[in-house]
Design a protein around this ligand. Structure first.
Ligand SMILES: Cc1ncc(COP(=O)(O)O)c(C=O)c1O
Length: 535
């Protein structure tokens, strides 16, 4: 499908041309200003940038680029009858390449692109092999090399062809993981390759490194990485020795995992209603839900904002209960200056890819400052093992693998900045919507990392349809509260009634949110949401 510039103005979408891998001849055209090719080669690169597509340089071509660029500089010096100082020419060449590379992405050369000596042109073969990593038609090699174009027509494009090619629409992402990866590629590739080389895929050094960094970040004494956020909650309950018939107080307005782990242990989820403005558990309704069977309170820091943790901790202390914060959505948020995950005896988070701190698969972590609980959690994580093949308790296979820890370590390098951006973008949504759109309220004594930016709408399906047509993806977290899920009806108990949870399930709608969301994109989303609501 193709869209013209006019349509682009009325629709939120990044109108993205195909990404380009830049062949050395194009690099030289632009860097050495080779005539008559330089203008059209430069125009193709500019066009790619203007469309928000990526320009790639192949790391395996660095030497060819440098060798030829030095030759170009020397040739120019010769033509101008300037005295040729080879070292000076090399320095000029490298400087030009360095400037050129500044806004490009480096495409790593991988092992499979090494043994190309049977090929008529090994370097071309390398480039084509590198392109095979991408999905069809998402990238082409920009080149002026006729022979290359003839041999690999499906992988190559000339500057002229590129400038004439129709634009492709790339819809706005609900969560822009690709944009995040573009900014973290060197760290991610370095970390993943390191694991491939040391080969300790289970409990490799990255696991302890990540646990140390995350514990330090939250201020909790212990961090225990686990296979997922769900596993974090399950292992926490197992470490508390929750038994069949025990009751765990929680919110019905959450992802199913929160109650699922309780039910898995044959304990009873007891649902307490939420506050209609924050969608978090209403702390003032917890105490009446407590019975002699209550063992723990499990508030969820929904959408990235912690619940009233002081009040919840005080109730728990009064009744001898443990508080487990389900912080799957709130890693990085703060409550009265303290980090989410370290706001109660136990905090559990998820590294599901779309979470504020995500990996590229499943992962999670438990935080506690209680030494005994931490020891139990570490053992339960590995089949209840005290030492190898000595099983002193029932456990699970619940480790987070080394590769996923390596990914999170890479992402941590930019996480502080990402949290700042999330706070800024969330505050900007709040400001731009002002009184025109009702939304989840932020309490002044805490922050939200906006795992979701959520507004309240009455005719949700229609609004979602309109926004979809305008290129704005939306999502609903969550359309059916857990007390209304058939699997939980017989297994759970509702404390009093849950009118706010029922009502909000029909009204919540989440909007695109990522640390890399641009102001322009956000302005368009806001405008379209206000329009969709007013019609
Ligand atoms: C509130 C909540 N709890 C628990 C989980 C479970 O995390 P995971 O998907 O990593 O198992 C999630 C993830 O979606 C969540 O949002």
């Amino acid at each position: 499908m193709t869209f013209g510039h006019k349509f682009a103005k009325n629709r939120v979408a990044r109108f993205k041309a195909m990404d380009l891998l830049i062949d050395v001849n194009i690099v030289l055209d632009v860097c050495a200003n080779r005539m008559p090719f330089a203008p059209i080669s430069a125009a193709a690169l500019q066009h790619c940038k203007d469309q928000g597509a990526k320009l790639w340089l192949y790391a395996g071509s660095v030497q060819t680029m440098e060798f030829n660029m030095v030759r170009e500089v020397m040739r120019k010096a010769e033509a101008q009858n300037t005295q040729i100082d080879k070292r000076h020419c090399a320095a000029l060449a490298r400087r030009a390449l360095k400037v050129f590379a500044q806004d490009k992405h480096w495409l790593a050369s991988l092992a499979g692109e090494g043994n190309v000596f049977d090929s008529q042109d090994p370097e071309d073969e390398q480039l084509v092999r590198a392109l095979s990593r991408f999905t069809a038609d998402s990238i082409k090699l920009l080149t002026r090399d006729d022979k290359l174009c003839e041999r690999y027509p499906q992988h190559t494009i000339t500057p002229q062809q590129y400038l004439q090619a129709p634009q492709q629409a790339k819809p706005l992402s609900f969560i822009d993981l690709a944009g995040q990866q573009d900014n973290l590629r060197p760290q991610l590739e370095r970390n993943v390759h390191r694991v491939l080389h040391h080969g300790q895929y289970i409990m490799g050094p990255e696991v302890a490194e990540l646990e140390g960094k995350l514990a330090e970040y939250t201020g909790a004494k212990h961090c225990i990485t686990v296979a997922s956020g769900t596993e974090a909650l399950l292992i926490s309950l197992m470490a508390l020795d929750v038994k069949p018939g025990d009751e765990i107080i929680t919110t019905p307005f959450t992802f199913v995992a929160t109650a699922e782990v309780i039910a898995l242990l044959r304990a009873t989820p007891v649902f307490v209603d939420i506050e209609a403005d924050t969608c978090n558990i209403d702390a003032s309704k917890i105490e009446v839900a407590i019975t002699p069977r209550t063992r723990a309170i499990m508030p969820v820091s929904l959408y990235g904002q912690p619940a009233d943790m002081d009040e919840i901790n005080a109730i728990a202390a009064k009744h001898g209960l443990t508080v487990i914060e389900d912080a799957a959505q709130s890693f990085g948020a703060e409550y009265k200056g303290r980090k989410s995950c370290n706001l109660s005896t136990i905090g559990c988070t998820s590294f599901f890819p779309s979470k504020p701190l995500g990996c590229y698969g499943d992962g999670g972590a438990i935080f506690t400052s209680d030494d005994k609980l931490a020891k139990a959690m570490r053992e339960i994580r590995v089949h209840g093992q005290e030492k190898r093949y000595v099983h002193t308790r029932i456990g699970v296979g619940g480790r987070m693998d080394t590769l996923q820890c390596a990914v999170v370590l890479g992402k941590l390098e930019r996480f502080k900045w990402e949290v700042e951006q999330r706070l800024r973008i969330g505050a900007r949504y709040n400001e731009l919507f002002a009184s025109k759109v009702s939304k989840v309220i932020q309490r002044p004594d805490r922050t939200s990392v906006f795992a979701q930016y959520t507004v309240f709408v009455d005719n949700r399906e229609q609004v979602q349809e309109k926004l979809k047509a305008a290129g704005v993806p939306t999502a609903v977290h969550y359309p059916i509260p857990l007390n209304r899920q058939s699997a939980y009806e017989a297994l759970s108990r509702i404390s009093g009634n849950v009118p706010s949870s029922d009502a909000m399930a029909g009204r919540v709608m989440s909007l695109p949110m990522s640390a890399d969301l641009s102001q322009r994109e956000q302005d368009q989303i806001v405008k379209l949401v206000i329009e969709a609501l007013s019609k």
